[in-house]
Design a binder for this molecule. Sequence first.
Ligand code: SF4
Length: 415
Amino acid sequence: MAEEKKIIRKKIEATDRMNKLMADYFYGLNEAATTGKQKVAWCTSVGPAELLRAMGFAVHFPENHAAMLGATRMSTDLIPEANAIGYSPDICSYLTADIGAYLKGVTPLAKAYAGIESVPKPDVLVYNTNQCRDVQDWFSWYSKELGVPAIGITSPKNVTEVTDAHIDDVTRQIEALVPTLEEISGTRLDMGRLRETVALSRECTELWKQVLETATASPAPLTFFDGTIHMGPAVVLRGTREAVDYYQLLLAELTKRIADGVGAVEDEGFRIYWEGMPVWGRLRQHSELFASLRSAVLASTYCSSWIFPAFDPQDPVRSMAKAYLELFIVRSDEYKEKYLLQMLKKFKVDGIIYHDAKTCPYNSNSRYGMPQRLEAQTGIPSLVISGDLNDLRCVSDEQTKTNVEAFIEQLEEGK
Ligand code: SF4
């Protein structure tokens, strides 16, 4: 039987700085929306945020808000509100939780930040379907409800090689957003400012990559569960100096941990890869469960999804098109397998957890034989856990615990 250990959670010192940064971001958004000093754009998490930021918009990310609904465990009670107006319990539980929160007039922002009463009202909604169709449906609903335009990019999907034809297509689509955004913002797109924003996003992305890659060290100085929290600035503040400064600070702390031989998990015995989304309402429980089994969940596709190596300030629009096309979620299983093979090797992984999230098929890669194919190629065992990102009715804590314990025991026997 895999031995359970007393859990010591090591605090990342930079967390206080990140919390301040996120608070400033949310207060800034609130001020923009309540005073009208700055136009507000809502953007999908891997949408063209650089363009919006360069055009002077304050940018809100509904997926970030939906993840907060999940992490605060508000989502499960809110999802039925969206189900009642016709959005199935089987579709994206970010969408249903976020629309449910709107319908009920609640937000975790109000609890976390005194003086904020609601999410910032948008002037425009901008999506990219590179991740899924649900974001388009989600933004279209708000467009009708709030009477603001929803514009976006319809991306190719299941791409093996990203070709010039794909990039040309998305480049044209990004360019086509500009006239509407200019009209709403009342300013012309300044290419110099866009270059600067893309340069900052590039810097942010490189630092975020280095942060995640500190986990190649043994013991790993951070876990996937830390990553899901510390990726906040890479998601909502990419394209800003503040995000770059933050990741410099975090990287320095993690580098010091490596030099001091400090691991995120005491006495790291097993190195685990997480494929799929986190269960937001169970981050702490999952972190403690794995740590108690001397298992460091230290790398993931999910946190790595905010690494965009293609950003190039010399060619900002086209490089944005390329960056947002090269994402894992856009790609075919053939590409995804190659990517995962590299990750398993790079992070010296002993086992893989696939999270089959009931309401997000796009981030659930265990449904078409991938675990079996990768295990046949690498001999690395895997476990599929059923759950969901935000709908805790789809999560069985007992079953997850039993299955994870049995899996770690299997790894122990194989060592
Ligand atoms: S990728 Fe999944 S979780 Fe994200 S918006 Fe789409 S369906 Fe929802």
